[in-house]
Design a protein around this ligand. Structure first.
Ligand SMILES: *Cc1c(COP(=O)(O)O)cnc(C)c1O
Length: 370
C-alpha cells in the first residue's frame, strides 16, 4: 500500500530537530552572548566535561571541526613526513586528510564484503617499517572490530586511532566508542548524530600527555598567552557551538534510540531480495548515522525512490584510493574490490530521529515494491 506523499522525504532533514529544541538552544545562545564567550572559554570547557563523561574518558578536547580533530591527533602522536598510516579505503575522505596534512602517507586497506568495516585480516599485509598507526572508522555509526585492530597495533607497536565522527554513542562490546584507542576523533558537523549549530569537532583520550599537547596545538602552540612553544594552529571550538552541543548531548541518547528503532524496522520489514544490508556483528551496537544498503542496479533503485519522492544519498560514490587527490599514490581500480563494489552499489535511505512511523512505513513499502 503506497500512500501519496506530495512532500519529499529527504535523506536528512535537520530543520525538524532544530525546531523541536529551538527554545532550549536559544536560551543557551543567550548565556554565551551575555558573557561574550565566543571562542573557547567556559562553555567549551563545560561541553568538554560533559562529552568526556558521556564517552567515559578522562579528557575531551573541543576543536573547530572533525578534520582538525584528526589532524591534531596525528600531530600529537608525532607522525609526520616519511611515516605511513593505515586506514580503510571506504570512508569519508577526511579520515585521510589529517595523515596527508602531516606529511605522512595514507595506506589504504579494503573493507570486508559484509560489515563494510576495515578488514582486519588484510591489515598486516599493509604494514611496513614506516607504519606508525592504524585509524579505524566506525563507518555509518557501526563500530569496527576495535580489539582486532588493537591486537595488531600491540603486536607491531603501532598507535591506534578511532575515527568516531559518525558514531557518537555507539557501543563496542557494551562500551561506548571513543575510549579504546590512543585517541578518538569526533565530528560535530551539523549532520552528524551529535551536530553543533555550526562547525565543531573533538578528541577524546585517557592520556594526559596527549591531552595537554592537544590543548596547546589547537591554541597557537601556546600554554601561556603570547608564549609559543611550538608551531600551533587556531583550531578552537566556538562558544555558541559548544552551548548548542551541550543542549543536544542531553537529547542524543533518545535520538540514537529512535534511529535504532527505525533501523530495526528497515532490517525486519525490508524483504526485497534485491537489497542487501550492512551485517552487524554481535559485539557492535550501531547508532545508524546512515542506513546504507546495496543493490546490483543502483541507478534503477535510485530512480524508483526518486519517482516516489524519496531522496537517497550516496556514501560514498568514490573510494579514497581512487580519488583524484590521491592519484600520486598510484592505486589502480581493482585494488580493493569490496570498497569499490560498495562505492558502485551503495545507497543511503533516509535516516534521522524525526522521521515519522508513517514515513518509515512508506519508505519500506517503496523499497519492497522495487
Ligand atoms: C564528517 C567526517 C569527518 C570530518 O568531520 P568534519 O567535522 O566534517 O571536518 C571525518 N571522518 C568521517 C568518517 C566523517 O564522517
Amino acid at each position: 500500500m503506497e500512500t501519496e506523499y506530495r512532500e519529499k522525504i529527504s535523506c536528512l532533514d535537520l530543520t525538524r530537530q532544530h525546531q523541536q529544541i529551538k527554545d532550549e538552544v536559544f536560551k543557551a545562545f543567550e548565556r554565551v552572548y551575555d558573557k561574550a564567550a565566543f571562542s573557547g572559554g567556559p562553555f567549551v570547557e563545560q561541553f568538554e566535561q560533559d562529552f568526556a563523561a558521556f564517552c567515559d574518558t578522562e579528557y575531551a578536547v573541543g576543536v573547530n571541526n572533525g578534520t582538525s580533530a584528526l589532524q591534531l591527533a596525528i600531530l600529537a602522536l608525532g607522525i609526520g613526513e616519511g611515516d605511513e598510516v593505515i586506514l580503510p579505503a571506504n570512508t569519508f575522505i577526511a579520515t585521510a586528510w589529517g595523515i596527508s596534512y602531516s606529511g605522512a602517507t595514507p595506506v589504504f586497506v579494503d573493507c570486508t564484503a559484509d560489515t563494510w568495516q576495515i578488514d582486519v585480516t588484510k591489515i598486516e599485509n599493509a604494514i611496513t617499517a614506516k607504519t606508525k598507526a592504524i585509524i579505524g572508522v566506525h563507518l555509518y555509526g557501526q563500530p569496527f572490530d576495535i580489539d582486532g585492530v588493537r591486537h595488531i597495533c600491540e603486536r607491531h607497536n603501532l598507535f591506534c586511532l578511532e575515527d568516531a565522527a559518525q558514531a557518537q554513542g555507539a557501543m563496542y562490546k557494551n562500551v561506548t566508542v571513543g575510549t579504546s584507542g590512543d585517541m578518538a576523533c569526533f565530528s560535530f558537523y551539523p549532520g552528524k548524530n551529535l551536530g553543533a549549530c555550526g562547525e565543531a569537532g573533538g578528541i577524546t583520550t585517557n592520556n594526559a600527555g596527549y591531552y595537554k599537547h592537544l590543548l596547546s596545538l589547537r591554541n597557537h602552540g601556546s600554554e601561556v598567552r603570547y608564549y609559543h612553544d611550538e608551531i600551533g594552529f587556531n583550531m578552537r571550538m566556538g562558544g555558541l557551538e559548544a552551548a548548542s552541543l551541550q543542549v543536544k548531548l542531553r537529547h542524543l541518547p533518545s535520538w540514537n534510540n529512535r534511529r535504532r528503532l527505525i533501523a530495526r524496522r528497515y532490517q525486519e520489514e525490508i524483504t526485497n531480495l534485491k537489497v542487501k544490508l550492512q551485517v552487524q556483528p554481535g559485539w557492535a551496537e550501531s547508532v545508524y548515522h546512515l542506513f546504507v544498503i546495496t543493490t546490483e542496479n543502483r541507478d534503477l533503485l535510485l530512480q524508483h525512490l526518486h519517482e516516489q519522492s524519496i531522496v537517497a544519498g550516496l556514501h560514498y560514490p568514490v573510494p579514497c584510493h581512487l580519488q583524484k587527490a590521491y592519484k600520486h599514490l598510484n592505486y589502480q581500480p581493482g585494488a580493493f574490490p569490496n570498497s569499490e563494489y560498495l562505492a558502485q552499489h551503495c545507497l543511503s535511505l533516509p535516516m534521522y530521529a524525526e522521521l515519522s512511523d508513517e514515513e518509515v512505513s512508506y519508505i519500506i513499502d517503496v523499497v519492497n515494491t522495487y
